[in-house]
Write a new protein. Structure first.
Length: 397
């Protein structure tokens, strides 16, 4: 893989193949359930032995870098564009103290982005000139798959969360092309998913188990005509997983149709953090939490283990700085990087402290870094939504 270039430079594309599917763009739909078999049969650099199945790794695995995106359009953010850019710069600077950060920005905005972001921490911030519309790179960026000696990027066919023709619609054509451009720049093979979705809809333990909400994936605005079983098979085949734990979620109440990354997250195999709505949260989200808690209490993972669930209480909606129906006051939308966990703080001192303590106990070997992201949260997202990790390629046996 190429290494990050100094801040302000554009990486030189590398076409080195870690996985030989025979084409840079491979429609996984054509392979269907045979994708893991194809991955096993792929060989790296002419090796005689077959490579293991490509699989979506846990976010807690080591990263080569974090990708972010520079908010581009005032038509989306209005008078909050400056504030949300400040938030993105704050998050990027914090993460760059632990691993390299690459921020995609429209060519015409790249110079401003470089000035705004600065050099970052010890690992640096690189601005890469790739056109985009918004900051939610978790959803429109590549979902990476790895195996010993191999990596590929899954293009999940971003369609703007299926919101065309609704009040939630926003431009997304540039965002939808970011995966292809990023994978080209870093010499990673692209695989097209046999489903439509977003990275924020996918939460895995790295050992074959996926958490997902039916509201965001078994939904005609992404996958018309597909049953839950068909969506599940598409997820298993393309992500190299063997178990999907379905949670109902809630459609139509936010732009994502209730992504899993604001609801339930793996902290380790068999261990789940569950978002517990704080005081003042709308009753419909409290009902989602209760449904989810019941399902997780009786669920087992791909290896047959029951799940240990830790609840992560949200702040009091009356005590936080941010206001508004779309403000995402969820600590569960945290991001794990090399050696650190990045989580919002909302101004409810007691709740912020509780969140810090719970996450520090869940990740004892990582620093817990709390950040003010009120402008990002006001747009309905969080730190996880604004980041995407490129995992380190596992070594060959």
């Amino acid at each position: 893989m190429t290494t990050p270039t100094p801040s302000g430079a554009t990486p030189t594309p590398s076409r080195r193949r870690l996985l030989r599917f025979g084409a840079a763009v491979l429609p996984a739909l054509a392979l269907g359930a045979a994708l893991p078999t194809a991955a096993r049969a792929a060989t790296a650099a002419g090796a005689a032995t077959a490579a293991p199945t490509l699989r979506m790794p846990a976010e807690t695995d080591r990263h080569d870098r974090t990708f972010m995106a520079w908010p581009a359009l005032s038509s989306i953010w209005g008078n909050q564009l400056t504030a949300v850019r400040d938030d993105i710069a704050r998050v990027a600077a914090a993460i760059s103290c632990y691993e390299p950060v690459v921020v995609v920005a429209r060519p015409g905005q790249a110079a401003d982005a470089r000035y705004w972001l600065g050099p970052g921490g010890g690992y640096g911030i690189t601005v890469l000139e790739i056109a985009n519309d918004d900051l939610w790179i978790r959803d429109f960026g590549p979902t990476f798959l790895t195996a010993p000696g191999a990596i590929a990027g899954l293009d999940t066919n971003f369609n703007g969360w299926g919101k065309s023709g609704t009040p939630y619609y926003q431009p997304y054509a540039e965002d939808a092309a970011v995966t292809d451009a990023l994978l080209y720049e870093y010499g990673v093979d692209r695989v097209r998913a046999p489903f439509t979705g977003e990275g924020g809809a996918l939460e895995t333990d790295g050992q074959g188990t996926l958490l997902a909400t039916a509201s965001s994936l078994v939904n005609p605005n992404r996958n018309p005509g597909m049953s839950r079983d068909q969506v599940e098979q598409a997820l298993k085949s393309s992500l190299g997983l063997s178990k999907v734990i379905w949670l109902p979620g809630l459609a139509g109440q936010d732009i994502t149709d209730d992504h899993i990354d604001c609801l339930a997250r793996f902290t380790a195999p068999g261990k789940v953090i569950l978002d517990q709505p704080g005081p003042g949260t709308d009753r419909i989200w409290v009902d989602v939490y209760r449904q989810t808690r019941r399902i997780l209490a009786n669920a087992v993972d791909a290896l047959g283990r029951p799940l240990t669930v830790t609840e992560l209480p949200g702040p009091d909606r009356q005590s936080i700085r941010g206001k508004g129906k779309d403000f995402l006051s969820s600590y569960t939308n945290y991001y794990t990087a090399n050696g650190a966990v990045f989580v919002p703080q909302f101004g409810d001192t007691a709740a912020d402290g509780t969140a810090y303590a719970i996450l520090q106990a869940a990740f004892p070997d990582r620093d817990v870094v709390q950040l003010d992201i009120d402008a990002i949260a006001g747009g309905g997202g969080g730190i996880h939504c604004a980041t995407q990790s490129q995992p380190t390629v596992p070594p060959l046996p």
